[in-house]
Design a protein around this ligand. Structure first.
Ligand SMILES: O=C(O)c1ccccc1N[C@@H]1O[C@H](COP(=O)(O)O)[C@@H](O)[C@H]1O
Length: 209
């Protein structure tokens, strides 16, 4: 089965084009001012404008104010909104029904019990993203968690793996977990917020092996 790839934290037309060209199904725009990858709503809309419909634009937010989220969705027009904070299932369900977007929920995985946090989101989220627990930032820290925890995971909601994935470890991560989607940000950067086109291509290639 083909593993879908999401490259997140993109902020230039060149690196977005590199991700699409390399076969990424999703490109992520981070709208969270504390992140080195933050893009304003206006910049995200500009980046989105030049993309073909086939590119799955994911708008990443962290505990957004309802008004600000509505405005961002209206102006940017993403296919997916990825919630990366402490948003409850009702926020996802409301966002999906009001705006007709897909909604994804990131969950930090510290131990096996952390997977129980997925249960309330079945039915509300279109995809769950299992990531390392929050540290300096709620995500995007380049830290992996113990992938063995997902070996036996069989939830009803489509899911993806994130956290510390790189061109060097993504094939092993897929082999161990069977993840249907892999998501990376730090692992394809030269420095925080600066994407590397060669690493993006290498990541997409490794995820296909
Ligand atoms: O990328 C960020 O700056 C970010 C900020 C706040 C929440 C999430 C963020 N990124 C997402 O975190 C995971 C893992 O990232 P990494 O590969 O470990 O750097 C991924 O979903 C990013 O999209």
């Amino acid at each position: 089965m083909t593993t879908l790839v999401k490259i997140c934290g993109l902020s230039t037309p060149e690196t977005i084009a590199a991700a699409v060209q390399a076969g990424a199904a999703y490109v992520g725009l981070v709208h969270f001012p504390k992140s080195p990858r933050h893009v304003s709503v206006a910049k995200a809309a500009m980046l989105r404008r030049d993309l073909p419909e086939s590119a799955g634009v994911v708008l990443l937010v962290v505990d957004p104010e309802p008004y600000a989220l509505a405005e961002a969705i209206r102006v940017i027009g993403p296919r997916v909104v990825q919630f990366h904070g402490s948003e409850p299932p009702a926020v996802l369900a409301r966002t999906r029904s009001e705006f007709g977007v897909e909604v994804w929920k990131a969950l930090g995985v510290k131990d096996a019990a952390a997977l129980d946090k997925a249960a309330p989101y079945h039915g509300a989220a279109d995809r769950l993203l299992f990531d390392a627990p929050a540290s300096a930032l709620p995500g995007g820290n380049g830290e992996a968690f113990d992938w063995n925890l997902l070996r036996l995971y069989r939830g009803p909601t489509p899911w993806g793996l994130a956290g510390g994935l790189t061109p060097a470890n993504v094939a092993e991560a897929i082999r161990l977990t069977g993840a249907p989607l892999v998501d990376t940000s730090s692992g394809v950067e030269r420095s925080p917020g600066i994407k590397d086109m060669d690493k993006i291509a290498a990541f997409c290639k490794a995820a296909r092996l």
